[in-house]
Design a binder for this molecule. Sequence first.
Ligand code: TYD
Length: 138
Amino acid sequence: MKSSVFDCSVIELAKNHHQKGNISVVENNAEVPFSINRIYYLYDIPGGEDRGAHAHIELKQLIIAASGSFDIILDDGKVKRSITLNRPYIGLLVVPGIWRELINFSSGAICMVLASEVYDEKDYIRDYNEFLNLKNNV
Ligand code: TYD
């Protein structure tokens, strides 16, 4: 829980050009510093809808705008950082202990998340005051 927003980093994946289109690749412990145990993606997000608004205790994630764009607000309880994702070869690595909100989804946006662990509701902190208490007591 001691993490700061500056421990989160933007990763540029190789964009392999091909006359029929491009391909980018993410492999375990190579482009991401963890083993991927789950992939999920958000799509058909209604206009004006926000996602996220929680933190994780253990989970590491690489978040990619596979299509379209959106903004991610990172918050470590002291500092906030806003990052726009709008290219399918750019990923945002989010470390544990960071509150995140996903906003400003473009029409048709697809948010793909490569995650270090399988889904576990116990890994979530969904109450912002609880999050602040945890951050202030480490
Ligand atoms: P949540 O992680 O809160 O969504 P977001 O951060 O995108 O706004 O998850 C939304 C719902 O989906 C919640 O009821 C839990 C469920 N869910 C799963 O069942 N498995 C998963 O892998 C994820 C990410 C969510």
